[in-house]
Design a binder for this molecule. Structure first.
Ligand code: 5GP
Length: 237
């Protein structure tokens, strides 16, 4: 049997399925077209989103590896499939914000589009039942989601990743407004995992501020598929 064959499904999330392989250190991730927003309240499909997110994550994970950021990416196997290291996900979503938008703009009454002098970092507890609540470093330690050392690593990797991606997207005429990252443990080390795509980043056209990310789906702005394809087209240029 091929080592890279999918065995049984380990987990199905809102946007991806994760399969075991014969090699216990490797998983296969399959990217779906399903889209959800507002903690699953709004549901739909974005045609070929899985293909775009798989390709885009592949491009960005390879870029980050070249820049010395360890991540779970091993190889792209097909249109929707990626071979990854079998990390144990740390149940914390890490958000870096360069520009006010989304939940932060709403919660704090900041005008969407206000650029920050330095990135703002936030943590959310990854829990569908609780609606991914905002938490702080003390909560992460108290709930034993990660150790102090792991949190420090996650913070410094996040700042570095945000810097690398901001510069890369800028060259593609895209403004990285914010991004959500997830990290995992592999062989005792904290590494970047999950995906980096228009589902997990806010990307605006650098000249017009046109939204080219999942907000087009969340806010019913139209041209959802076209925007995902446009981001991928720019990244490949
Ligand atoms: P906000 O907190 O403003 O809704 O989201 C901030 C950033 O993190 C956005 O780029 C958003 O796409 C991403 N993000 C936050 N939570 C989630 C989540 O549960 N799933 C996904 N895919 N992205 C999220």
């Amino acid at each position: 049997m091929n080592d890279l064959e999918k065995l049984h499904m380990l987990y199905e999330g809102k946007a991806k399925k994760v399969y075991k392989t014969k090699d216990e250190d490797k998983f296969i991730v399959e990217y779906k077209d399903d889209a959800t927003a507002f903690n699953g309240v709004k549901k739909g499909k974005i045609a070929d989103k899985g293909i775009v997110n798989n390709q885009m994550s592949g491009i960005l994970f390879r870029l980050l590896q070249e820049k010395g950021i360890e991540n779970h990416y091993i190889d792209t196997l097909g249109d929707r499939e990626m071979l990854v290291k079998a990390v144990k996900i740390i149940p914390v979503e890490v958000i870096a914000r360069n520009v006010a938008a989304g939940s932060m703009a709403k919660r704090l009454g900041v005008e969407e589009g206000k650029a920050f002098k330095a990135p703002v970092m936030e943590f959310c507890y990854k829990s569908d039942e609780l609606g991914d609540p905002l938490i702080n470093e003390d909560h992460i330690e108290a709930l034993e989601l990660a150790t102090k050392e792991e949190i420090d690593k996650i913070k410094s990797y996040t700042l570095k990743i945000n810097e690398i991606l901001q510069e890369f997207f800028c060259r593609k005429n895209l403004r990285l407004v914010d991004l959500k990252l997830e990290f995992g443990l592999f062989e005792g080390k904290v590494i970047l995992a999950d995906e980096v795509s228009p589902d997990t980043c806010r990307l605006w056209d650098i000249n017009t501020d046109e939204k080219l990310d999942k907000d087009r789906f969340r806010r019913d702005l139209g041209n959802v598929e076209e925007s995902y394809q446009e981001v991928l087209r720019r990244l490949k240029k």
